[in-house]
Write a protein that binds this ligand. Sequence first.
Ligand SMILES: *[C@@H]1O[C@H](CO)[C@@H](O)[C@H](O)[C@H]1NC(C)=O
Length: 139
Amino acid sequence: MKVFVLFCVVLLAVAVVSAKKAKPTEEDKPKSLKKVVKECQRNEATKVDNAVLKKIKKHKPVDIPDNYGDHKLCILKGIGFINENGTVNEDNLKKRVTKKAEEGDDVNAIVTECKDPGKTAQETAIKIDTCLNKHSIDL
Ligand SMILES: *[C@@H]1O[C@H](CO)[C@@H](O)[C@H](O)[C@H]1NC(C)=O
């Protein structure tokens, strides 16, 4: 009985240690796009109708909502392409472009083109999104 209890305590200890180890890496990872989009769409201030987003992406005629820039900014901040202060996070942008680029793509040229900021953080967000879209780089 004593041995069994000891065995259980050891098992529990191992479980606790491995659970603790797993956590930080989970938190270090940038938030997934899916999660970020969900968060931005849950907030009235940054919510844009999905049908409208689809049309914009496909360059179909649609009235661009007033909060479109806020929506994009929310998402690009969430995935780390734009810093809290509204500047472009070139490292993260480059990582993504490198990952998504196809053979023959000039990663540096795309990053240089897409990191060009707008007058406001919202404008910067829309510009980055449009630019990546143009180069077929998914967020
Ligand atoms: C904005 O924030 C980034 C990252 O936190 C920092 O590297 C950069 O210097 C800041 N820029 C300005 C203008 O505050």
